[in-house]
Design a binder for this molecule. Structure first.
Ligand SMILES: [Zn+2]
Length: 431
């Protein structure tokens, strides 16, 4: 025994004071101060424990205090989003009391936040057996359901964001789980490493859902649809897998922001082995504008489409095309002008016809070249409207519109939700 030990009563008083102080800090939600105070409290208790071994009652009381302190420490840390440290504190508490109710709930919530659904489920399953669960059964059952649902989503990729879409992309974001579909990282011919499809992926199919890390919240999904179009969005996203996706002016994937998540889906059919690519900026722009954009982004595009257009378009054609686009042509015009810039590209792929093609054929070709684009969908829907389609109109046209809609928004909503969205797309003024 050390000599300068204060008498137990005095220590007890000190602990009591500290205990009321930390409780107050916690109630006031002063997390940083709570963390400091709880850490101090735990150290004090732990140095006190060897002195109390002669009194089993006192010892068990003290251990209970430490357990609760670790639990509260974890709570404070998780409020500050320091999840890995918070998890460690939970485990310290659980070492002392393996079924500590408050800690199990805290740990379950942290694991949910970290998208570890089955481990979170394990915590809540133990917690619900506790007598304290009766008073909280509704909340607990809510967590259990949430874990099961997210676990299913992360395995199946069967997302449904219909309600959120029908709400105009506002309000509560849908529950999304991290999901990795048929993709892998491999060496890319475009640049460094890239993301590749390991199976055929149908248009609209989501194949990657990840939490946006270090990104600003993008409230308005529409405003975020062309990443990099506005310089404000430069470098907005830093997602683990999504960040491996290279740029192409002939892209095959799009992303949709929803709450903290980003959903990546095929904007046209993707073949197994094909590299997944995004448009970092608006690829409906002509070659010279795209070159400017890539310079702004700090790379130069060497995609097939750029190479073909580079070789094919004489200066005069390009000039006319640029004037056309700069002078603010109507939406229909943009698409027909695209025909010029992409003629050779299409010919090289054998999908272009000599005569001026029908709207459907143009739409199909444009989608083939640049993936589904909201503006193209809009023009198409306006056409459908003019033909009296939409509600009960031409089934084939509507089917085509639905397919295009899936390419733009992803196959992540119910048919009726998509239908309603398309109706709106055909009516809205250009914004
Ligand atoms: Zn390119």
């Amino acid at each position: 025994m050390r000599e300068a030990e204060p008498p137990p009563a005095m220590e007890e008083e000190k602990l009591q004071q500290l205990r009321s102080k930390v409780t107050e800090l916690l109630l006031r939600e002063e997390w940083r101060e709570s963390i400091q105070a709880y850490s101090h409290f735990i150290t004090l208790c732990q140095t006190h424990i060897p002195n109390t071994t002669h009194d089993p009652n006192h010892l068990s009381k003290l251990q209970k205090s430490v357990c609760l302190a670790f639990s509260n420490l974890a709570e404070a840390r998780s409020r500050l989003k320091d999840f890995s440290e918070a998890l460690r504190d939970c485990d310290e508490a659980l070492k002392m009391e393996s079924t500590h109710f408050k800690t199990l709930i805290c740990k379950g919530k942290i694991l949910l936040n970290l998208d570890r659904y089955s481990r979170a489920l394990g915590c809540f399953k133990i917690a619900i057996q506790d007598p304290q669960a009766n008073a909280n059964s509704e909340t607990l059952n809510g967590y259990l359901e949430k874990c099961k649902k997210l676990e299913f989503l992360s395995k199946s990729g069967a997302f449904d964001i219909s309600d959120w879409v029908l709400n105009g992309f506002r309000g509560k974001s849908p529950e999304l789980a991290e999901y990795i579909g048929a993709v892998e990282i491999k060496k890319s011919e475009i640049s460094g490493r890239g993301l590749f499809a390991t199976r055929n992926i149908d248009i609209g199919t989501p194949f990657l859902v990840t939490k946006a890390i270090a990104t600003e919240r993008v409230e308005d999904v529409i405003s975020a649809k062309v990443l990099g179009k506005n310089s404000d969005y430069y470098g907005i996203g830093l997602w683990l897998l999504a960040s491996f996706v290279n740029h192409s002016c002939n892209p095959n994937a799009k992303r949709l922001h929803s709450g903290d998540h980003v959903i990546v889906h095929a904007s046209r059919d993707i073949k197994a082995g094909e590299e997944v690519t995004f448009a970092y900026f608006d690829v409906l722009l002509p070659l010279s504008k795209r070159k400017q954009m890539t310079t702004n982004w700090g790379f130069s595009c060497n995609c097939k489409r750029c190479r073909v257009e580079e070789g094919a378009c004489c200066k005069k054609d390009m000039r006319e095309l640029e004037i056309g686009i700069e002078s603010g042509v109507d939406l229909g015009g943009v698409i027909y002008r695209l025909e010029e810039g992409m003629r050779r590209w299409m010919e090289s792929r054998g999908t272009w016809r000599r005569r001026i093609p029908a709207m459907e054929a143009v739409v199909e070709s444009v989608v083939d070249a640049v993936g589904s684009d909201e503006r193209i969908l809009k023009v198409f829907m306006e056409g459908v409207k003019r033909n009296g389609g939409g509600g009960g109109g031409n089934l084939v046209e509507m089917e085509r519109a639905m397919k295009l809609g899936r390419g733009v928004y992803g196959k992540v909503m119910k048919k009726q939700a998509m239908r309603n969205l398309l109706e709106l797309t055909g009516m809205n003024e250009q914004s």
